[in-house]
Write a protein that binds this ligand. Structure first.
Ligand code: GLN
Length: 187
């Protein structure tokens, strides 16, 4: 059984746990660095990246999660989780700074703070529902980073080797395909 952690400081934690369990994974709620030991993969959920950063500092998790990424453990960041992974954040200091992408926060204007679209993702499937909530987008990617999906001319899903990041919340739908892609092809 694959053992997958979900960073459980803030945000859409329970929804990810439910999806992982449906996919047959053993899940670990990560609040302390000891809980990172023995993980086959880790999910950084959506929420608020600046709040999560404060909590990562308070719980002394920033360095340990960065080391995990540097060791090659697969990590999937959704929405705020993508912001945590990015090497560069526009107008902001980066956090874990491990994934070779530049992200911009709150990329969709006020009227469309939240919306849902269906994405066709060649590597994963057609008409995959994606929920965007004050979502970031990927402005540019480094060499070797695979762009998996775009919406409205903006990159919204990319893979940098063992690191996967998306702008939206796959865990807020009932469609398992994106999380399944992470669990079955990367973890
Ligand atoms: N706007 C949030 C941030 O900057 C991300 C929103 C989300 O995770 N739904 O962290």
């Amino acid at each position: 059984m694959k053992r997958v952690g979900v960073l459980a400081l803030q945000g859409a934690v329970r929804e990810h746990v439910r999806m992982l369990e449906t996919l047959g994974c053993q899940t670990v709620l990560v609040k302390h660095k000891e809980q990172l030991e023995g993980l086959d993969g880790l999910i950084l959920p959506g929420g608020e990246s600046t709040t999560m950063r404060k909590l990562l500092d308070r719980y002394e998790l920033l360095g340990p999660i960065r080391s995990l990424a540097q060791k090659g453990v697969p990590i999937f960041g959704t929405c705020a989780g993508l912001i945590l992974l990015a090497k560069e954040v526009v107008d902001h200091d980066p956090h874990l700074a491990v994934m070779d992408v530049v992200v911009a926060r709150n990329s969709y204007g006020r009227q469309v703070d939240s919306f849902e679209v269906n994405l066709n993702i060649q590597a994963i499937g057609e008409a995959i529902p994606a929920v965007f909530i004050r979502a970031p987008h990927i402005v540019s990617v480094g060499e070797g980073v695979e762009v998996l999906a775009e919406h409205d001319g903006k990159i919204v899903l990319a893979r940098d080797g063992h690191l996967l990041g998306c702008s939206f919340h796959p865990e807020l739908t009932t469609d398992l395909r994106i999380v399944k892609y992470f669990v079955t092809t990367m973890v």
